[in-house]
Design a binder for this molecule. Structure first.
Ligand code: SOE
Length: 388
């Protein structure tokens, strides 16, 4: 009989919804080595957590995450709360012998990420496995880009060009939610969405960032507080009290990678008209790939071997041969944002079933955290700025 993996999830807002959908859907479309049970959902507000559990299909609720972690009928703890809570929950869960899936960025500081990575190493020796949720790795077209780079099709990687552009903070009266409070989120656009492109760039190129030169900017210094603001963006009203935004609104940096590659990164939630433009382009000595999440089912590929009349060609990454897609629709009908989270669960459950380290590991996510910290240190060091 198939063994069961009993999930306990902490948090039920945007990421909680995405993860709930993934836990519900993964076993229905993929053959998994373990059955999945959505056992318990934790959140502080009894009414809201009960409503979320009913809506998303969790069997029971807890109003204290510690109670959830202590339960004997929980095998895996899925952390979908703001970054300031990641380290404590993950470490307690790993020490209790639970597997852990933790949303990105792994932590709010390198120190916390190091502690989490150490806890994950210790737990692994006892069979408990930890993974960080950089879900975009599981977008079929990006996975295909990784496959092409690994096959040597691009040759030596020279340029990495990465952008993550959104616009949900452009309204100056969008409320001061936790993503704008450094004590909760660690950083702004940098950690929220810059972390994704740092992870994707390092993963696909197969080399880590070794140094950066950065600028950060906060365009809107104060925003409406009070009220019951949840979610992204929105409008907080113009007459009430305001509080300080303590994170970056935009991050721009150049980078060097191991090997000879150089990179340019940009992360902002102020790029009007760009909704979820997570873009990546890699230029190698033989070929290039380019991707934009706003056209997420496609990967653009330029191969110099095609000769002088070649150009970028669009690969529809929806064929059964492409990563993950064979388990979905019959003839390339296409996938969406939520599928990356489902594939993340599939890969995690497969790794747990095989007793193997899932990726990205906490150590991989610690490397991203080090890049985030280097960007902040570089931006704060005014002596590196050359005035014109
Ligand atoms: C908000 O910018 C956000 O929800 C991020 O927090 C997610 O990680 C990203 O997938 C979509 O945008």
């Amino acid at each position: 009989m198939t063994e069961t993996l009993r999930i306990g999830m902490v948090g039920y807002a945007f990421m909680g919804a995405a993860h709930s959908h993934a836990w519900r859907t993964a076993p229905r479309f993929f053959d998994l080595p373990l059955a999945v049970e959505m056992t318990a959902l934790a959140g502080r507000d009894p009414e809201r957590v009960a409503a979320a559990a009913g809506k998303f299909g969790w069997d029971s609720v807890e109003t204290d995450w510690r109670r959830l972690v202590e339960r004997d009928d929980i095998d895996l703890v899925d952390i979908c709360v703001p970054g300031n809570l990641h380290a404590e929950i993950a470490i307690v869960a790993l020490e209790a012998g639970k597997h852990v899936l933790c949303e990105k960025p792994l932590a709010n500081s390198v120190e916390e990420a190091e502690q989490m990575t150490a806890a994950a190493e210790t737990a692994k020796a006892h069979g408990a496995l930890a993974m960080c949720g950089f879900s975009y790795r599981r977008t079929p077209a990006l996975s295909l880009a990784k496959r092409l780079v690994d096959s040597g099709a691009l040759g030596e990687i020279r340029h990495v060009r990465a952008q993550y552009l959104q616009d949900w903070l452009t309204d100056e009266n969008a409320p001061l939610t936790w993503r704008l409070d450094k004590s909760k989120s660690g950083s702004g656009s940098l950690g929220d969405i810059g972390a994704h492109i740092i992870d994707a760039a390092q993963w696909i190129s197969g080399s880590n960032v070794t140094g950066v030169s950065a600028i950060l900017e906060t365009f809107v210094k104060e925003r409406p507080v009070g009220g019951d603001f949840v979610g992204l963006g929105g409008h907080g009203g113009t007459d009430g009290p305001k509080g300080p935004v303590t994170v970056d609104d935009a991050a721009v940096f150049t980078a060097r990678f191991e090997g000879n590659a150089i990179g340019v990164f940009e992360a902002t939630r102020f790029a009007l008209g760009r909704k979820n433009a997570m873009r990546l382009e890699l230029n190698g000595s033989k070929a290039s790939v380019a991707f934009d999440f706003e056209d997420m089912n496609s990967l653009w590929f330029y191969d110099s071997a095609d000769g002088p009349n070649s150009g970028f060609r669009k690969i529809q990454a929806t064929e059964p041969e492409h990563p993950y897609t064979g388990n979905w629709w019959p003839v390339g009908h296409g996938l969406g944002y939520e599928h990356g989270f489902t594939h993340q669960v599939v890969d995690l459950v497969n790794a747990i079933g095989a007793g193997e380290q899932p990726t990205p590991s906490f150590a991989d996510a610690l490397q991203v955290q080090k890049v985030l910290a280097a960007v902040e240190a570089s931006a704060a060091d005014e002596s590196r700025w050359t005035a014109v």
